[in-house]
Each structure stands twice: as C-alpha cells, then as structure tokens.
Design a protein around this ligand. Structure first.
Ligand code: NAD
Length: 359
C-alpha cells in the first residue's frame, strides 16, 4: 500500500532539503504517493497567495504532510504560512524530539528529550491592544473597574490558557510517552506567579497525569527548568509546556543537541499532522546545496512512526546516526569549522544516508 502524503517543498533552501528527504524516505522501500503542492514566497510571487487553497485541501484530504521551510518576509502584508497552517488545521501540538547524536559537538551529549509545545493559545493567541488606541483605553477602563490599574502608556497582550487547550496538549504528551516508551512527563509553568493561566495548566496536568499511572509525572517552574536543562539534561524525557515557554525551550534544546540543522519536528492536530524542521528557509543559501538535511530527514522519521512504519523509521535513524558519527560525509555545520573544505552538500549527505541504509 502506498501512503498519500502532501509534499510541500517550501522556498529558499526548502526544495533541496525536501528533495533530499524524499529520496531517503523512498529508499526505505515504503511506498508514497507524493501529492505535491506549493506554499511560500515563490508561490506568492507567482500567483499572489503564499498558501493556496489546493495545498490546504490536499492536507485535509491526506491528513498528513511533510513540508520544507517557508519564508515570512518582515514588514509586509504577507501572512506566515506556518501560522495559517496551524490555524486552519488546528495543529495544536508541536512535538520536537531533541537527541544529541554521537559525533555532534555539544556540551550536552546526554540530551535525549522531547519538547511538546502547545501551539494555539497563550501570548501567541494574537489578542493584543496597541498603546494609544481606543480599544486599549476601553480595556484599561474595564480593568480599572475590576480594580486592576494599567498605565496609560502600556501596550497589552492577553494570555489565555484554557482547560480544553491544556488538557489536549498534556494528553498528547502522555500519549507520546506511552507510545514511545518514555517513563516520565514534566509539565513546565510559572504557576506561582500566573495563578489563573499557568495555574490552570498545572492543575489540568496533575489531573491528566492520574490517568497514566505507569508514567511518572513531575512539574517544574520554567526558570528552574531552564537551569536544570543545562545542568542535568539527562533527568528529562518528555516536557510539556504552554506556547511561549515551549517556543523558547524548543530553541534552547535545539542548541543543546548541536544546532538548528539537527532539530526536526511534528505539528499534530485534529485535522492533520504536518512534519517539518524547526529551522527556517535560510534563503541566502538557496540553491547552494549546502544546508544540513538532518532536521527534515528526522521529521520524515517522525512521519514514518506516525504512519506506523516503525521499522523503516528505525532504519533511517540508524543510518543517519551512523553518518553523523562517522563525520566524513557531513555538511559544514557538523564539521569542526564552518569553512572545512571536506564538508559535503545536502544531496551528498542524503546519498551517504541512503548508502548506509542499504549497506
Ligand atoms: P533560518 O533557520 O532560516 O536560518 C538561520 C541560520 O541557521 C542560517 O543562516 C544557517 O546558518 C543556520 N541553519 C538553519 N538551518 C540550517 C540547516 N538545515 N543546516 C545548516 N545550517 C542551518 O532562520 P532565519 O534566517 O531567521 O529565517 C529565514 C526565514 O525562514 C524567515 O523568513 C523566517 O520567517 C522563516 N522561518 C520559517 C520556518 C518554517 O517554515 N517552519 C521556521 C523558522 C523561520
């Protein structure tokens, strides 16, 4: 049986990374019908829309997609494809495994954890009131009546965290732990200060934890978590966080495992699952066959797992780990210096993984 998968190459370095990943996934012998659709700045320049309706329809139809990065120009009317995707498909869980592979230069070689970030609520909900506007004045007035005074010259961003949103993300974290043989879930928060948003998140997490007695549960205040991640990373397995903390901790953990080129991820929702790297489109390197495809290949591995193709996923991961460990056929970012003349290109790296898989 072939899997119908929406394939979005993206823009900038996206198409070359996506192509490398496609070749590696096909080399497993798993069959795919790639339903190729465009998104990103090139599509915007050609047809005036960065996220065409057909791309969205394809994702809804197939329920699964793999996506190269897409550029979001700063200071234009252009809406981020990633924000639209999350919204349209209700991709509420961003799952980012962070494992330090042998051969990567890192001060945190024992890191092997998974960040599960809530994707739809919190300070990212986009509920903002600009300083000096009528809406801002109205809100401050209402707050004043409730005994909460806010300075006249303040901009205001609202942080909604619901029981519904907390419950589904915490369940996603526990379900991930169960299906991936992880022993512990840690919920991170600042409930000591934000009692009614983070406090609610923590209450829900404690309640959900009772449904998973086989998985250990603990919570950490977010600042303490950051401190412990860089001192005792081996104590963490699955970390579940509200949106903003999740965003920051994801990048922290990507740094701990050796950089953006190594951080893959999955956005899981009620309508579909979209697999993509943490990094962006690195447009200045577009067409240069230079970027590390590991992050997108890892995302492809998570897609194979999601499809139930655990054996194929394991074969790709072992081959990838072997290529990184050997260190000769790797891209510039995995070499001792960024100008190392022995660095190979994106497609050569993919060839090395395929060769290792077939060895
Ligand atoms: P970026 O992640 O594209 O690149 C920053 C730097 O990180 C690069 O210059 C490069 O040195 C390094 N890097 C990134 N990926 C690498 C890889 N695979 N291999 C080796 N080195 C790698 O970040 P940016 O420059 O801030 O963003 C560029 C564009 O990407 C922006 O328009 C941004 O909005 C967009 N973006 C898209 C996504 C997405 O599509 N999911 C995510 C983040 C950023």
């Amino acid at each position: 049986m072939a899997y119908d998968v929406t394939f979005i190459p993206g823009d900038g370095t996206g198409p070359e990374l996506a192509e490398a990943t496609r070749r590696v996934l096909e080399a497993t012998g798993v069959q795919f019908n790639w339903d190729r659709h465009e998104a990103g700045i090139d599509e915007y320049e050609k047809h005036g829309n960065p996220f065409p309706e057909e791309t969205l329809e394809s994702l809804k139809r197939n329920g699964i997609g793999i996506k190269g990065p897409t550029t979001t120009p700063v200071g234009s009317g252009f809406r981020s494809v990633n924000v639209l995707l999350r919204k349209e498909l209700d991709l509420y869980a961003c799952v980012r495994p962070c494992k330090a592979y042998e051969g990567v230069r890192t001060r945190f070689p024992e890191t092997d954890l998974v960040v599960v970030r809530e994707n739809t609520e919190d300070l990212y909900a986009g509920i903002e009131f600009e300083r000096g506007t009528a809406a801002n004045a109205q809100l401050r007035g209402a707050l004043g009546e409730l005994g909460a005074s806010v300075r006249e010259d303040a901009g205001i961003s609202i942080k909604p965290i619901s029981e519904f949103g907390s419950e589904r993300i915490v369940r996603a974290a526990f379900d991930y732990a169960v299906t991936h043989g992880r022993a512990k879930v840690t919920a991170a928060h600042k409930a000591n200060i934000m009692k009614f948003s983070d406090g609610l998140f923590l209450d829900v997490a404690r309640r959900v934890a009772e449904d998973y007695p086989q998985i250990e549960f603990e919570d950490r205040i977010i600042d303490n978590l950051c401190n412990q991640l860089v001192t005792r990373p081996d104590e963490y397995e699955v970390i579940v966080l509200p949106n903003l903390y999740g965003d920051i901790v994801s990048d922290l953990c990507a740094g701990m495992i050796g950089g953006l080129g190594l951080a893959g991820g999955a956005n899981i929702g009620t309508e579909a699952a979209v697999f993509e790297a943490t990094h962006g489109s690195a447009p200045k390197y577009a067409g240069k066959n230079r970027m590390n495809p590991t992050a997108l290949i890892l995302s492809g591995i998570y897609m194979l797992e999601h499809l139930g193709e655990a054996e194929a996923a394991q074969r790709v991961e072992q081959a990838l780990a072997a290529v990184i460990r050997a260190g000769d056929k790797v891209t510039y970012d995995l070499k001792p210096t960024r100008t190392d003349p022995t660095a190979v290109g994106t497609s050569d790296f993919a060839d090395a993984v395929i060769e290792e898989m077939n060895a």
